[in-house]
Design a protein around this ligand. Structure first.
Ligand code: G3P
Length: 213
């Protein structure tokens, strides 16, 4: 399974990339708003750090404007994946531009029905949000096994990119059920590395070694 970092912060991306743990990056308007600089420059800098898919979300919501913005954003860098919301105009934009080679990540997906439509229009990725379901007391991860089964059953090439990840458990559960990608904050990536028994074990090894010498 591929791991993407869910941030627009260059320092966070460099830190994760240096560990060799990320295959791509996803951003969104909220994450971009936290960073200074022009969006195109930030995305191009991210593409220079991580040699993989980098999702950049457009802000237009009407079809004609989405067409223009998506076409422009796709030209920022060959690794750019244009992010559009799962709306009628978003699906129409994917349907129109995918045959021209523009890759799309259809985001803000919260149901199997929505994911089916994103696959039908030829999205490269669909982003089911799991954490935001959890935020309203519904286990969002439970959507993923059915989505994987539905995509496998119908031979959809769209990759399932599990998003809105809140914990290492989300990541391992997504991997267990066969999601293609999980995108996660650096905080969660670091939580995946740490374990108290590892720390205790290492401390004992070092203490024993010191005691021996
Ligand atoms: O960037 C898409 C998604 O991962 C954002 O999730 O719920 O943490 O804002 P959230």
């Amino acid at each position: 399974m591929q791991l993407f970092l869910d941030t627009a912060n260059l320092d966070e991306i460099r830190e994760a990339a240096d560990m060799g743990l990320i295959d791509g990056v996803t951003t969104n308007p909220s994450l971009m708003a936290k960073e200074s600089g022009d969006p195109a420059g930030i995305i191009r800098e991210i593409c220079s750090i991580v040699d993989g898919p980098v999702s950049a979300e457009i802000l237009s919501t009407e079809f004609e404007e989405m067409l223009k913005e998506a076409t422009a954003v796709a030209k920022w860098h060959p690794n750019v994946v244009v992010k559009v919301p799962l709306t009628a105009d978003g699906l129409k934009t994917v349907h129109r531009l995918s045959p021209q080679g523009v890759r799309f990540n259809v985001t803000l997906c919260f149901s199997l029905a929505q994911a089916l439509l994103a696959a039908k229009v030829g999205a490269a990725y669909v982003s089911p949000f799991v954490g935001r379901w959890d935020d309203i007391d519904t286990p969002g991860i439970e959507l993923i096994p059915d989505m994987v089964q539905m995509f496998d059953q119908h031979g959809f090439e769209t990759q399932i990119l599990v998003a809105s990840v809140r914990s290492p458990l989300h990541v391992s559960q997504a991997a267990l059920v066969g999601a293609d990608v999980a995108t996660l904050p650096l905080k969660v990536l670091k939580q995946m590395i740490g374990h108290p028994l590892t720390d205790i074990g290492l401390a004992k090894f070092l203490a024993d070694a010191r005691g021996k010498n």
